[in-house]
Design a protein. Sequence first.
Length: 260
Amino acid sequence: MRNSPSAALEISDVSITFASKRGRVTALEGVDLNVQEGEFITIAGPSGCGKSTLLKAVAGLTVPSAGSLRLNGEEVTGPRQDIGYVFQRAALLEWRSVRGNILLQAEMRGMNMRKAQERADALIEMTGLTGFEKALPHELSGGMQQRVSLCRALLHEPRVLLMDEPFGALDALTREKMNVELNRIWSQTGTTVLLVTHSVAEAVYLASRVIVMSPRPGRILEEHRVDLPAQRDYAQVLETPEFHRISSRVRELLGSPGGD
């Protein structure tokens, strides 16, 4: 798939301004970004710079004030059905099992239930949830809940997966494990991913390309291609010159001396 990529997403000079009682606020200004099929794009930037707003625009949930977006070759004019979306909170239904929460996607989309069940079982195995199919959300750790959320988002095999700070609420060790898990799943599926994060380490470890945004109004300051294998050992990657080079530059742009 990655040998002959084509454009999965084209963002052309997008600006988004919101009106409020206190006046007009420009969240994004002049954003241009092309994403090829199979790329893993991470978007890093300070709080309030419009990262989440950009994801919502790609999903068709927010209308640009100027510019245009094309997803899978079609102009985005409203909510899209061909994406997956993972939020910071897993947002699982407490009365439904792991399998039931995943299959909620199939029920809402009117998917063929037999095929959806087969796909759900494959995703459960892929994400290491085998044996927990009947467990309720309160019986799962935070990391396991996010795995369920990821399975639900991937059930209909979206060509583009949007992830809005999906591991921000997890402890550091669980977050590292979820980064490794997500890298493995992306390597296996080849799904195009856009992930918003405040963690520099997460941004560089996961990405084929890191996008760094300015404070509001959000603009793209720099893009950095990560020259590392698709499948990545976490500890080894963190010791590479490539990881340190990009991480140092991203932190410099964000005004952060170290840490995440």
